[in-house]
Design a protein. Structure first.
Lengths: 217, 217
């Protein structure tokens, strides 16, 4: 597929940049504000966290959950997440999220700053995977950059897939998928796919809660 | 110098293998036993930790210290250590220990499983650097593999510098310096350099406490 090379480069960025991953969380006031929002979100029961990264969100989920299954493609960020999320409730899985499919259903599927890294052509499949991972009454809960996030990024103009350039401290350069979803457009897109979604802006980012299309549970 | 390439490879091993660094601490009973020994060691005042790795020892030092300055060459392991050692007492420094020289004096210089990675030809310089980092009454405290540690290693026979091979999960292969010091020989060597050392075996490893040659403080 056309975006395979870009997704491989995105994965390399998070593998090679694991040591720099936490920096925005230390430096950006909006992220600290966003992390505090978890307490107000409907995190419950068995939680699946997609693209957990270095586990900035994982311990917060664990305090609200019966269990957390946290998935990421990079052993490097998972090593940091394991230290950060020490609760016995948390289990880590290393897997490429574009290949991996959950083996069970969950009460909550959570993803922070992951939706923006999914190529638009893959979004219908992505949401279908999330729906398939949810048991009856289950909900998707997600946070991500809103359109304002583009200001801090080196966006690649005229790229076939919305993308940005990220650089590591050693000067190395990576292209990543980066879609700055507008909360209203995203709500409409989800509605068109049969979801029921409420998405609100928080500190320049957005927070969404969505129920999948009703299925014969 | 002859061992520069080997030291570069050793540094690459710890950089590339950061995600696998903690595994022996999870798996090896002797290491858990060894970590518990910290409570009995003369850790005091301002502590300099050399080669802190992923910070397995750093939080234990912090509970006993006024401050901890923890140095390692790898940003990758430091990222994990930063998550593990969250005390405001701890400051991390990224530096190549074969180049770096302390800018002040400390009450304790601590190093766990670092001495065995120092090439024998560099040991006199190493101990001199440690002595120079210690203020009046200061002590070096160290733990490392004893001769029994060689059993679990792929030792490189007839290598100009005592070395072993380490492999990462992806099959990549690195040579590292690895000297399995005998506690008695090490005590004699330190005595010859003017140190006063007490080194005792613990769980197949050894724990040492040493005072440097008296200097005009």
């Amino acid at each position: 597929m056309d975006d395979d090379a870009l997704l491989a480069e995105q994965m390399a960025y998070y593998r090679d940049g694991a040591a720099e991953y936490d920096r925005p969380y230390a430096e950006r006031e909006d992220l600290r504000e966003l992390l505090a929002v978890v307490d107000d979100l409907p995190i419950a029961g068995d939680v699946l966290e997609l693209a957990c990264g270095t586990g900035q969100w994982t311990p917060l989920l664990a305090t609200r959950a019966r269990s957390v299954t946290a998935v990421d493609a990079s052993a490097e960020v998972l090593a940091i997440a394991r230290v950060r999320a020490t609760s016995a409730k948390v289990r880590f899985v290393r897997a490429d999220l574009f290949e991996w499919r959950p083996q069970r259903r969950y009460d909550t599927v959570f993803f922070a700053f992951w939706l923006s890294h999914v190529p638009p052509t893959r979004l219908p499949d992505f949401w279908q995977t999330v729906a398939a991972a949810l048991g009856p009454g289950g909900r998707a809960v997600f946070v991500d950059d809103g359109p304002a996030g583009a200001r801090g990024e080196e966006v690649l103009a005229d790229h076939p897939v919305p993308a940005a350039v990220r650089r590591l401290d050693d000067g190395s350069r990576y292209r990543i998928v980066k879609v700055f979803h507008d909360p209203r457009t995203l709500t409409d897109d989800l509605t068109a796919l049969g979801w029921s979604a409420r998405i609100r802006p928080v500190a320049g980012n957005f927070v969404g809660v969505a129920e999948p299309p009703t299925f014969a549970g």
